[in-house]
Every structure is written in structure tokens, then in C-alpha cells.
Design a protein around this ligand. Structure first.
Ligand code: DQA
Length: 143
């Protein structure tokens, strides 16, 4: 089983970006944690990051053809992107929306997700461990 872990804008700056909110782990650290989870659960983790909305759309389409599920941290596009909502609806594999921070405890503009209505479920607020919780959910859904 292949699961895509897709990361959107500014997540390449994890570790140095607002560490009080996002913690000190880098995206490379989180990538390594996801690979360990995958190795222990018979999952091939394909972990990617882009700052470009359309690239996320392309990767979601690709996941629809070659993955069993997607863990998606769409960053700020979560709150704005109808294109991501439509791309999730366009594929038949489950997509778990995830966030490192608890978006509901933050600014009002982070309380709305354009993608949550199209996602299988949402995980937020557990720091980098949110990625592992999303992979656990997908492992369970695709077994
Ligand atoms: C985030 C939350 C978003 O509101 C923000 O724009 C991000 C990161 C998170 O993982 O907590 O870039 O998705």
C-alpha cells in the first residue's frame, strides 16, 4: 500500500517558522517519523511538499491513480482553496486533512476549512504527531 503525505505552503520552513506554534521539528524530521511508521505497518509513504496550489491538485489526482489514501496538510490553502476541495472530490481514495496546530484555537480565519467537507476526516492540534495519527487512520481505513 502506498499512502501520499502531501504538504502545502510554508511547511518547508518548519523548525524555524513560529516554533511556539509549530514546534521545533523540521519537515525532514516529520518525514523520517512517517517513514518509520510506514515501515512498521507495511505502508510505502510517499512524502512531498510544495508551495504551489496547482501542484497539490496534480498530486491529489496522481494519488487517485497510484495510492490507497492521502494525508494532507494543505497549510493556508486549507482555508481558501475550492480547487483542493474539488480535487479531493474528484478522487475515490480517502483523504485525511491534518494540521500540526489546533486551528480552532487560533485566528478566526483558520476556523473555516474549504477541504474538510470533502475529506474523510480531520486531525489537528497534536503537533507533528498529527501526521502519525493521520497515517494510523489511513492504515485502518485501507487494511
Ligand atoms: C497548518 C495550519 C494552517 O492554518 C496554516 O496556514 C499552516 C499550517 C498546521 O499544520 O497547523 O500553514 O496547516
Amino acid at each position: 500500500r502506498t499512502i501520499f503525505v502531501l504538504n502545502g505552503p510554508n511547511l518547508n520552513a518548519l523548525g524555524k517558522r513560529e516554533p511556539g506554534i509549530y514546534g521545533g521539528k523540521t519537515l525532514a524530521d516529520i518525514h523520517a517519523d512517517c517513514l518509520s511508521f510506514g515501515a512498521a505497518h507495511d505502508i510505502v509513504v510517499d512524502f512531498r511538499q510544495t508551495n504551489h496550489e496547482g501542484v497539490l491538485v496534480d498530486w491529489l489526482h496522481e494519488a487517485g491513480d497510484s495510492a490507497v489514501g492521502v494525508a494532507l496538510n494543505a497549510g493556508a490553502y486549507t482555508h481558501t482553496s475550492i480547487a483542493l476541495h474539488d480535487a479531493i472530490r474528484a478522487i475515490s481514495v480517502p483523504v485525511v486533512e491534518l494540521h500540526i496546530s489546533n486551528v480552532h484555537a487560533r485566528e478566526e480565519f483558520r476556523h473555516t476549512s474549504m477541504i474538510a467537507p470533502a475529506a474523510k476526516g480531520v486531525i489537528c492540534g497534536f503537533g507533528p504527531h498529527s501526521y502519525i495519527l493521520a497515517l494510523q487512520a489511513l492504515d485502518n481505513l485501507t487494511r
